[in-house]
Design a protein around this ligand. Structure first.
Ligand code: OAD
Length: 234
């Protein structure tokens, strides 16, 4: 029998139990840094060295973390379901936990690219563990090497693939995102009618589609345990 397809949209809350700060919770990253300074294309053009340092620090922090139970439980669903993870996270914790199909909407911390052609596949390189990007490091096209991160003000090339995945979902799950950032938050609109939707978050997240969503008001790991039971009963 064909496996049911689960599409899961994840955000910073998915990695919170791994010790990575979220963005908009109290003490979140956007209380410590101005998003327009470190996560916008204008910020990079204004002060590239500051932005390189910000992502070098994020990458160093990532090396000290491991997937949480929630990441592992999500990866384990692949035994019984076809699972596609669409993540806003730039960490690699889904992959480390064993998820095999991960669409990164906002880029990947462990990759670098060209400042001139950031989406060009020939310019995207994997960074070795522990590597920083330095001012003066060059991409294949000779431009300054930059983090492979989608900044505010830039297109989100992976959104088309994400929309296609969501359109084919038999079950749709949201974990740990405030749904403040588009186009990612707009993916909920593409969930076909009648497809069960679940949302795991310890806080109340306001969503237009709330009437058709089953809310699991828990952290990612405890929430995943409840999700397992709920989807098994479908
Ligand atoms: P936010 O910081 O906006 O939201 C994090 C969500 O995780 C909130 O709803 C929290 O309640 C929830 N949360 C906190 N702890 C949790 C836990 N243990 N388990 C589950 N959920 C938990 O982060 P995102 O929605 O991911 O983009 O932010 C989206 C984008 O905004 C990011 O990808 C980043 C940021 O600016 C860029 O930098 C381009």
């Amino acid at each position: 029998m064909k496996k049911k397809k689960i599409v899961v949209l994840t955000g910073a809350g998915m990695s919170a139990e791994s010790g990575i700060s979220t963005f908009r919770d109290s003490n979140g990253l956007w209380e410590q840094f101005r998003v327009e300074d470190v996560a916008s294309i204008e910020g990079y053009e204004r002060n590239p060295k500051l932005v390189l340092q910000f992502y070098n620090d994020r990458r160093r922090q990532l090396l000290k973390t491991s997937p949480c139970e929630g990441h592992f439980l999500l990866a384990a669903l692949e035994k019984d379901y076809e699972v596609v993870v669409v993540t806003q996270n730039v960490d690699n914790l889904h992959e480390k936990a064993g998820s095999t199909r991960v669409v990164h909407l906002h880029g990947e911390l462990m990759k670098a690219t060209s400042s001139l052609n950031p989406d060009s596949p020939e310019c995207i390189v994997e960074l070795p563990e522990g590597a920083d990007i330095h001012w003066g490091d060059k991409a294949k096209d000779g431009s300054q090497l930059r983090p492979f991160i989608v900044w505010f003000g830039e297109p989100v090339p992976m959104i088309e693939q994400a929309i296609e995945e969501v359109r084919q979902a038999d079950i749709f799950v949201v974990i740990g995102t405030s749904l403040n950032v588009y186009p990612a938050a707009g993916l909920l609109r593409y969930v076909p009618n009648g497809v069960p939707m679940f949302l795991i978050d310890p806080k109340v997240v306001s969503v237009v589609e709330s009437a058709r969503i089953t809310f699991i008001q828990k952290g990612a790991s405890e929430g995943m345990k409840e999700l397992q039971k709920l989807i098994a009963a479908l």
